[in-house]
Design a protein around this ligand. Structure first.
Ligand SMILES: [Zn+2]
Length: 424
């Protein structure tokens, strides 16, 4: 009986908390769908959702952001919370070989918090790089309120073919059994099995590595396709028939075209794409996560280690980017953070977008409305509208005039809870 009363009281308490309303008074309010900016609007938040937007300020409590520019929580469609920067293969191997998965997960807790502090309230995390299904645990812990972190869409192990991903056996004594940064498959049956197993363990997305060994030719970039047609098509088929989505790391036409034909919904990096890839992406409505800053970040270190390809990409990417946006490729914001250190800016790619031809409003849309479309979460995230999750951020000044302001997010709410307020 006592237990029943206790249980009843606790349910009642939860309902009272859930029904509390917060009025957020916004100096400027960004509409991610239209690009319009409204003045002096108030968002009413009830529980973890947005109840209304207007001039009514009646609520249980008030948050005054009348000196701020308010936007939807940002979405990063390409992260690695379990990775802490890998300029060289040495950096990568050290993390996989010297840090246990529990230790890497502890570091990932910090990365998740950093994402929130950066104003990125949703992430699609594209591979644990040898840390098993720890991304599923992080997502679970965040959703249960055990730790602070963004809304996560996870892809668990990621898939490549045997022998084409670190840790490379040839870099070490061959008799050692070394861990791999992903799940290796050979043949269509193993491909299907990998997809099924990853989904069973909680993957929202399937991530593949479609090409490798990139090189520049007179007619653009080429690489080596990692999968046979049977293998990549088996992955795409199994993913789609399970109502999951396929994200493909693909740098050149050798990976990009095969991945799109297999049903990929997003091309990751795509740094060496050509006209035919652009055409195919537009006709099939495939999204592009260009992950620009990470390439600049690793280029010098990798050149010193003997690979100049990232430096070549820096020279050619602005023109490729302009061609792609002019052709109408859908851009979704993705950084590959984790590939570079989590204490470096997560909002850096916006600057490249604007430098290479997007308006600041269009740049912000890549990390809000367009990203929500890629994740099939339209109406839930990426937009401040009635019924959406209360994922809201604020900056000082106008980011549609100075896009770098998104690197200094002052205030963050996720799911109706405030996680950051500007220190006065
Ligand atoms: Zn990545």
């Amino acid at each position: 009986m006592r237990l029943t009363i206790l249980l009843f009281c606790s349910i009642l308490l939860q309902q009272v908390i859930a029904q509390k309303t917060i009025a957020i008074k916004c100096g400027k309010l960004f509409n991610a769908r239209t690009g319009n900016i409204a003045s002096n609007q108030t968002i009413i938040v009830k529980g973890n959702r947005i109840e209304s937007i207007g001039t009514d300020t009646k609520a249980d409590s008030i948050i005054d952001l009348s000196d701020y520019f308010v936007l939807p929580g940002l979405i990063d469609c390409h992260t690695h919370v379990l990775l802490q920067a890998d300029i060289t293969s040495e950096d990568y191997d050290v993390q996989i070989l010297k840090e246990s998965i529990p230790y890497r997960t502890i570091r990932a807790v910090k990365s998740c918090n950093q994402s929130i502090q950066n104003g990125f309230t949703t992430i699609r995390d594209l591979g644990t790089e040898g840390a098993g299904f720890a991304d599923v645990d992080l997502k679970k812990a965040i959703n249960k309120g055990e730790m602070i972190g963004p809304r996560m869409f996870v892809s668990t192990l990621a898939i490549n073919t045997t022998g084409h991903y670190p840790i490379k056996a040839s870099d070490y004594a061959w008799e050692l059994h070394l861990p791999k940064g992903l799940q290796e498959i050979t043949g269509a049956d193993e491909a299907r099995k990998a997809v099924r197993s990853q989904i069973e363990h909680g993957a929202d997305w399937i991530k593949i590595y479609a090409d490798r060994s990139y090189y520049k030719t007179e007619n653009g970039y080429r690489g080596l396709p990692n999968f046979t047609t049977e293998e990549i098509n088996a992955i795409g088929d199994e993913t789609i028939r399970s109502r999951k989505k396929l994200a493909a790391h693909a740098m050149t036409r050798d990976g990009i075209i095969a991945a799109i034909n297999a049903g990929a919904r997003s091309i990751e990096h795509g740094t060496g794409m050509d006209d035919e890839c652009i055409k195919l992406m537009v006709s099939k409505g495939v999204f592009w996560c260009p992950t620009i800053f990470v390439n600049d970040y690793v280029a010098e270190g990798r050149a010193k280690a003997g690979s100049i390809i990232n430096k070549q990409f820096i020279e050619t990417l602005p023109a490729i980017f302009k061609k792609a946006i002019n052709a109408g490729v859908k851009l979704a914001y993705g950084t590959d953070i984790g590939g570079y250190a989590w204490d470096m800016p997560q909002a850096k790619d916006f600057e490249y977008f604007v430098k290479w031809g997007l308006t600041p409003i269009q740049a912000i849309q890549t990390a809000t409305i367009t990203a929500s479309q890629l994740l099939e979460q339209e109406g839930n995230i990426g937009e401040i509208k009635t019924g959406a999750f209360a994922d809201i951020i604020a900056v000082k000044g106008d980011p549609t005039k100075d896009i770098s302001l998104l690197q200094q997010v002052k205030w963050v709410m996720k799911d109706g809870v405030v996680y950051k307020t500007e220190k006065k």
